[in-house]
Design a protein around this ligand. Structure first.
Ligand code: AKG
Ligand code: FE2
Length: 345
């Protein structure tokens, strides 16, 4: 993702706070399709619901990193516009469009503090006329980035499927690129905390400084790029208690998280990654936090639910409900208490 140079523009992630030991694998290894890599990714998926990919050691890596850097620039250019211009890109299915900060409920006292702009792969390809001009003018760049991230997401899904003995042909058919889907690229912006630090919510209770509440992503896998910290992973402790652990961003690295759809393919064997975003730690809290995500989703109408294992019949698979309906229910629940009535889901 973002280069060392971009990271050097911000205070470093503090080295005295506990972080999650999320396994890291290199893009070169992922490209090798080596079965031992599949096994490592499955192990990481089962334990953390996610893994990191170091993009710097493969030929394609620097190109992808550069594309992501440009993506961050485009996100910033979009969010720098006035609110009315941003709102003109209306929310549609599965959160495609612009979502302003503060429409999601975190607690009774606190609303989300993230504005997002999500552009679907299909809208980019089909020249959707109301695409914001910032993105419309860079359609080729975005299409290229989405295609590359799509390939990376499919490689991750390939390894996870192979490592679990799932029939990859079935998994792949559920993501046929000729079918419509809500696969998307998302730009995110968290404005910085203002005012004296002593007036900010307590650091004793990090949840009171949440920017985005705990959730799992609904799709198959998510590829996430961060520069500033704040992303946390929910871990269950041996005594059953829940702990939130930071995932510190690293230059040249992507984070890949398992989503609910893939969890359903595995019949729950691999959990989806429960994560949230809180105020960036230490000196980083004074800066605008930008993030970029790629969300691979099953095709609209594709089955979800368990995928047959190699050598096992497909019995029961069609009992799964339709993905589009399933995603709609998930979003409806998320937006249940949404303040603004005029935001479509
Ligand atoms: O801002 C981030 O790092 C994560 C955003 C996220 O979890 C999401 O958009 O689903
Ligand atoms: Fe998420």
């Amino acid at each position: 993702m973002a280069s060392k140079e971009t990271f050097s523009k911000y205070p470093a992630f503090p080295d005295n706070i506990p972080t999650a030991a999320v396994p890291k694998i290199s893009l070169r290894q992922i490209l090798s399709r080596d079965p031992t890599v599949s096994k490592r990714l499955v192990d990481a998926g089962k334990e953390f619901g996610c893994f990191k990919v170091d993009l710097t050691d493969a030929i394609d890596g620097p190109v992808l990193c550069q594309g992501v850097e440009r993506g961050f620039d485009l996100g910033k250019a979009f969010f720098d516009q006035d609110i009315e211009t941003k709102k003109a890109y209306k929310l549609s299915h599965e959160n495609v469009g612009y979502k302003q900060a503060g429409v999601l409920v975190i607690t009774k006292e606190r609303r989300d503090q993230v504005e997002t702009c999500s552009v679907s792969r299909d809208d980019l390809a089909a020249s959707r006329p109301d695409l914001p001009s910032v993105f419309d003018q860079q359609r080729l760049l975005l299409q290229g980035l989405v295609a590359q991230l799509g390939q990376l997401s499919h490689l991750a899904v390939y390894h996870l499927s192979e490592g679990l003995g799932l029939d990859y042909g079935v998994v792949s058919a559920r993501h046929d690129p000729r079918d419509q889907s809500a696969t998307m690229i998302r730009f995110l912006h968290n404005p910085p905390q203002r005012g004296p630090r002593e007036e900010l919510p307590s650091t004793e209770d990090p949840g009171s400084r949440a920017y985005l509440m705990g959730h799992s992503d609904g799709g198959t896998v998510t590829i996430l790029f961060n520069v500033l910290g704040g992303l946390q992973l929910q871990r269950q402790q041996p005594d059953g208690s829940i702990e939130w652990q930071y995932i510190p961003p690293e230059p040249g690295c992507a984070l890949i998280m398992v989503g609910d759809a893939f969890k359903s393919f595995t019949d729950g064997e691999v959990p989806s990654c429960v994560h949230r975003v809180i105020q960036p730690p230490g000196e980083q809290d004074r800066f605008d936090r930008y993030a970029l995500g790629f969300f691979l989703k099953p095709a609209n109408g594709a089955s979800i639910g368990p995928v047959p294992r190699r050598g096992v019949t497909e019995n029961g698979v069609n009992k799964a409900s339709d993905y589009g309906e399933w995603a709609k229910n998930k979003n409806a629940a998320l937006y249940n208490e949404m303040r603004q009535e005029n935001v479509a889901i």
